[in-house]
Design a protein around this ligand. Sequence first.
Ligand SMILES: [Zn+2]
Length: 197
Amino acid sequence: MGGVRVKGTALLSTKQFLVDRYGADGMARTLAVLSGAERDLVERRLQAALWYPFEHWIHLCEAAATVLNGGDLALCREMGRYGGLKDLRVAVPHLLQTGDPLQLVAFAPQLWSLYYDSGRVEIAGERPGYFELFVRDFGHPHEGHCLRVAGWIDACIELYSMRGGTEILGCRARGDAECKFRATWSAPATAPAPAAP
Ligand SMILES: [Zn+2]
C-alpha cells in the first residue's frame, strides 16, 4: 500500500489518547487484538523520532474502534482533536495569542511533513470564518485518517475560542475524487457593549 510512513509522535499521541479516554484497561483490550509484533511495538518500542509503517496506525485505530467503539471509526475524530489541542499549544503557542484559525492553519502544510512522509496539504478559499483544506496524493487514503484530520481542524477552531466546525466533503477512501474538508466558524456573541455616550 505505497509504503507510507508515520512519525512515532503520531502513534504515541494515539496511544495516549486511548489511555486517557478509555483507561489502561481499554488500551490493554485494544492491544490484545493486534498481532504479536504490532502489540509489542505499540506497547514497548515506540520512539517519537522514528518513522513507522502507516499501516500500524491504521491497525491500532481499527482495533480500538472495534473493541471500544462498536466498530465506529468516529473515535479517530476525537483523537485528532485531542492531539491538536495538546500539541499545538506546545508547538506554536505564539500563534494562539491573537488572530483566528487561519493563521494556525497556514502552517498545516509544514506540520503535515512532520507526521507523514506522503502526500501534502493545500489550503484554499481562505477568508474570515472559512477555508477549505485538501489532502493531496496521500499514499494510503483511509477514512479514519481523514476523520483524524477533521478533528485536528476542529481543534484549530477551538483553540481560538471560535464557534464552528469541520465538514468532510470528500474522501478518496470512500471513492471520492479527493480528500476535502471545509471549516467554518464565527466569534461567539459577546456581552453587549456599553452604549456610546
Ligand atoms: Zn480521505
